[in-house]
Design a binder for this molecule. Sequence first.
Ligand SMILES: *Cc1c(COP(=O)(O)O)cnc(C)c1O
Length: 369
Amino acid sequence: MTEPILFFSPQAANSAIEPAASFARVLASNWYILGKEVATFERDFAAYCGVNHGIGLANGTDALELALRAVGVGPGKQVLLAANAGFYGSTAVNLVGARPVYVDVTASSLTLDPQRVDTSLKKYRPQAIILTHLYGQLADVEEISALARQHGVALIEDCAQSHGALRNGQRAGSFGDIGCFSFYPTKNLGALGDGGAVVCRDDRLASKLLSLRQYGWGRKYHNDMPLGRNSRLDELQAAVLNDKLPTLDADNHRRREIARFYQNALDGLPLKLPPSTSEDYVAHLYVVRTARRDALRQYLGECGVATDIHYPVPDHLQPACAEPGHAGNLPETEKGCATVLSLPCYPGLPQSAMARVASAVRDFFATTD
Ligand SMILES: *Cc1c(COP(=O)(O)O)cnc(C)c1O
């Protein structure tokens, strides 16, 4: 029996760092919360993204929630977002008591369709847009940020899958008002536990976010903002992130190489492949689309190839949805959810495994046509 091919390898993701040494650094500092490691990471990550401010948080969902609060979204307000991005944005919208307005995606990229965003901005009065750069692919963020500015609506980028994605010299997270990141272990920049951050240019937004992440404090024991909380990035996780940030670009490059390999190897099959393998795509997930998704997934499983579905149920059809929709409301979104399949794609995936994945996919279509 051939060895199973994993969907993600935590060993490979952390093979280049020595966490014990990073942890020793923190221990020796005798400072465990908001110390030097967090400050260094916040500074370096903001610089990497090309903005002034980086603020470490406990996780990516908190980043979205606090970003919404910082731009003034609360009960009764509306937020435009896609319904195919794993419910993370919807969770944040629920948490602040706002209402989601779901907008359909572009068929090629499965990210928010600027034309439909324009229509919805004219029809509704949203306070903010959450734009997810799904699978590591930069969305049509220039068009959407121009629309947001035109309508006086805040743009929050969900960059939890797109650390480092680049277009015309500009990084994910630097196009909108606030960029939200997760450092969950499987992300392109992953910690050894939970972690998150927001980045922004604006000083006033930054000071609100700093306050919101720590009890609403303006300064110590002075609670200026209601609805603050404790959402700090841990010093130990920040130490790991400081060790990993310098290799993020090389890791993303490796991911893109794997994506290019698949792109060539799967060419000509009745599959829809990702729209780009350029720098605007950091290959967080390599997602193919086929109407025969479930059968393909089953077949690959039998060949020892782990796959996943991102995501099987659109937000507007989830039981937890605050504004439940109907099947048929968002045709491209729903078609996406019914056809997407993610293949293994991560630094450390051996060449032989990539070849086996591709030939298993080819075999599926050869033997079952
Ligand atoms: C992972 C992820 C999040 C949530 O991050 P956590 O750190 O797990 O809270 C948000 N949005 C997207 C698109 C994600 O992939």
